[in-house]
Design a protein around this ligand. Structure first.
Ligand code: SAH
Length: 342
């Protein structure tokens, strides 16, 4: 069966022609799918015989809401979706003054092994298809009634470890015939896979690249992020400079503040020296405690921020949303897995 919803408009046009229909039928199918129809029968402007032909060759299976939690504090909604093969992934809807942002997953699980992250505990199960990423945006919008203006690829998974599907998802969600979300409203977060970042740079997309740094020195970073053991901080920053020089887009560095691990003054100073000469923005994140991990949140976030700012590096502290509903990545899926194991 062809994965119909992962197809681009152009591919659907070709498919329509192959099935003996005029090209514009491709656009009709694309419209229906990107409006969230869940059944071929609802594609009312296609002939019955064409719908039959499609049904026999193609499939699309929308995710089911397995669980939904709404924060009483700030209206953040967290969805746990059950995919067609029974796996679950999470999506979070955050409401900001500047618009509604959806945080989506790119893989079932993750193989990067970061010490502070709940998503990686059971390893990677599989990549998500472009359609499964698109559906998280589409069905979050349809279910919540909140119009989505921004997307962040910061949920479960490493997007650049599933790069082809992620690029195709970006093309789909960016389409004027679909959700039409502009690249400048999309952020992609990576643990720092340098070859893939170089490849992304060549595409010169207008999205925002976030690099999960979390430590400016190899000893600390290799301890908490195994990916650092093969590349190292120096090479990562070289790559970030190349990215900026090629795309002209400023990189945002994610830095989860961990007590007595990465929150020392010397680490702030080292971070400043890495960023010399290339504009970048540092996003300090209060660590979300993960039950399975001994790491604790830092109490030095403000001092660290001030030390960066005093030396000319812009740094913001991320506001915590959805603290009452386990809104940080991977936690809800972990809970569901534990329940299933019981
Ligand atoms: N794999 C990608 C995107 C997913 S994680 C990446 O590594 O960037 C999204 C962000 O949340 C990353 O910056 C990640 O390091 C961070 N993160 C993961 N677990 C966290 C925790 N317990 N507390 C705070 N931030 C966390």
């Amino acid at each position: 069966m062809t994965d119909l919803k992962s197809m681009t408009l152009e591919e659907m046009t070709i498919l329509a022609k192959e099935l003996g229909e005029p090209a514009f039928r491709g656009k009709q199918i694309f419209h229906w799918l990107h409006r969230g129809v869940t059944d071929f029968e609802d594609m009312s402007d296609l002939s019955k015989s064409f719908r039959e032909k499609l049904k026999n060759t193609c499939a699309f299976t929308p995710p089911q809401v397995e669980r939904k939690q709404i924060s009483a504090h700030d209206g953040t909604i967290k969805y746990l979706w059950r995919l067609s093969d029974g796996n679950c992934v999470e999506t979070v809807l955050m409401r900001y003054r500047h618009g509604n942002t959806v945080c989506i997953s790119s893989q079932v699980g993750c193989r990067m092994g970061c010490a502070f992250c709940a998503s990686t505990i059971g390893g990677k199960v599989r990549n998500l298809t472009p359609a499964e990423m698109l559906d998280q945006v589409l069905f979050t919008q349809l279910d919540s009634g909140a119009e989505i203006s921004n997307i962040v690829l910061m949920g479960i998974g490493e997007p650049l470890d599933n790069m082809d599907n992620v690029l195709r998802f970006l093309e789909l969600v960016n389409s004027p015939h679909g959700l039409n979300i502009g690249m400048r409203h999309i952020s992609l977060s990576t643990c720092g896979l340098v070859e893939q970042i170089d490849r992304l740079a060549q595409l010169k997309l207008q999205l925002t690249l976030s690099v999960s740094l979390h430590a400016p020195d190899d000893e600390t970073r290799s301890k908490i992020m195994p990916v650092n053991r093969s590349v190292g901080v120096e090479k990562l920053f070289d790559c970030c400079r190349r990215y900026f020089n090629t795309t002209g887009r400023r990189i945002s560095y994610e830095y989860a503040m961990i007590d007595n691990v990465n929150d020392h003054d010397w680490q702030a100073d080292l971070l400043v020296s890495h960023l010399k000469g290339t504009p970048g923005h540092v996003n300090l994140i209060p660590l979300n405690e993960v039950e399975e991990s001994p790491l604790r949140p830092s109490r030095r976030t403000r001092a660290f921020q001030e030390r960066l700012e005093r030396q000319g590096v812009t740094a913001t502290v991320r506001r915590k949303l959805g603290g009452d509903i386990d809104a940080s990545c991977g936690q809800l899926r972990r809970k569901r897995m534990e329940e299933e194991e019981l």
